[in-house]
Design a protein around this ligand. Structure first.
Ligand code: F6P
Ligand code: MN
Length: 304
């Protein structure tokens, strides 16, 4: 793996983050480079399935193992819970980390963006998003970026190669959702969506928003943060709980989105207010520009 030098991220963290979140973020930055470099080599299917019943790929297992080892080794993680593991890995620190180590892994073969998501919780898992003290997501796309918040704005770093070394350079501080929403992306199939969502799709088109969907939550949310709009993996008629996991995916991204001036709902309430009773609990998710999320939330509530 390329050696990291002049990790400008480290300097930023030293000035702007508590020691524990700084240590965990640095471990994620280094590990995500290992994951990124291994993507072309580890895309063969394994016969195993993960605890949620989805087929694991070698890259899923590898990224899970890399992050678990790095995070438990920092001394700052109390436990590391992962979408790829039935039970958390225990450690000796005080921050509970919940992660989706490779979000959108079905996009590996097509080379669409993929990502990783991390939530830093102050209490033992499962717990509410109100106990998040920070959250971070990685994009492995055209650029490899780290976007994070520790409760004081959303900041972004990009991996930059300098000879054989890679450093993380500051790409933006205090990122905010633009005032005028431009894009939307909804997961699943239209025929399966609950009626309020199917109708709202037309409303979005009438408002002039463009449909942009890549099939990776991190990639789809990342463009909403840049352009304004809404991402949803909605409630389905046959699956009212939707698809995304509260602890590993929805709540960490809701935390970042709120810091960027947005709002995230499960259709009835703020996603951060959900108290999951099991680690892998799912919920519908509507996330992005506050006005649009409040609008679909009102439609869903008035339908039920
Ligand atoms: O983690 C689940 C996931 O891969 C998300 O990244 C993505 O938003 C969703 O599934 C896509 O699901 P679908 O293919 O049903 O639209
Ligand atoms: Mn995922």
């Amino acid at each position: 793996m390329a050696e990291m030098s002049e990790l400008k991220l480290e300097e930023f963290l030293r000035l702007n983050a508590p020691e524990d979140l700084s240590g965990l973020t640095t471990a994620i930055a280094k590990s995500s480079l290992m994951v990124w470099e291994s993507i072309p080599f580890k895309s063969g299917l394994l016969s195993e399935v993960n605890p949620s019943g989805e087929t694991q790929k070698a890259i899923d297992v590898y990224s899970n193992d890399v992050f678990v080892e790095a995070l438990t080794g920092t001394g700052f993680a109390a436990e590391v819970a992962s979408e790829e593991m039935a039970e958390p890995a225990e450690a000796k620190g005080s921050v509970s980390v919940a992660m989706d180590p490779l979000d959108g892994s079905s996009n590996v073969e097509t080379n669409n963006p993929i990502g990783s998501i991390f939530g830093f919780y102050s209490k033992k898992l499962p717990t509410s998003g109100r106990d998040l003290v920070g959250a971070l997501y990685v994009t492995y796309g055209g650029m490899m970026t780290l976007t994070f918040s520790f409760g004081k704005g959303v900041h972004r770093f990009v991996a930059v190669r300098e000879g054989s070394a890679i450093s993380f350079e500051l790409l933006g501080v205090n990122l905010m959702l633009p005032a005028k929403p431009e894009v939307y992306g909804f997961g699943g199939k239209r025929k399966d969506w609950i009626p309020a969502v199917a109708q709202f799709w037309h409303t979005l088109e009438e408002k002039g928003l463009r449909n942009r969907y890549c099939g990776t939550f991190v990639g789809d949310y990342n463009q909403v943060l840049a352009r304004g709009g809404i991402f949803s993996y909605p409630a389905l008629v046959a699956k009212p709980g939707g698809k995304l996991r509260v602890l590993y995916e929805s709540a960490p991204m809701a935390f970042i989105n709120e810091q960027a001036g947005g709002y995230a709902s499960d259709g009835r309430r703020n996603v951060l207010d959900i108290v999951p009773s099991v680690l892998a609990e799912r919920s519908p998710l509507y996330i992005g520009s506050s006005s649009l999320v409040r609008e679909i939330e009102a439609k869903i509530t008035s339908d039920s």
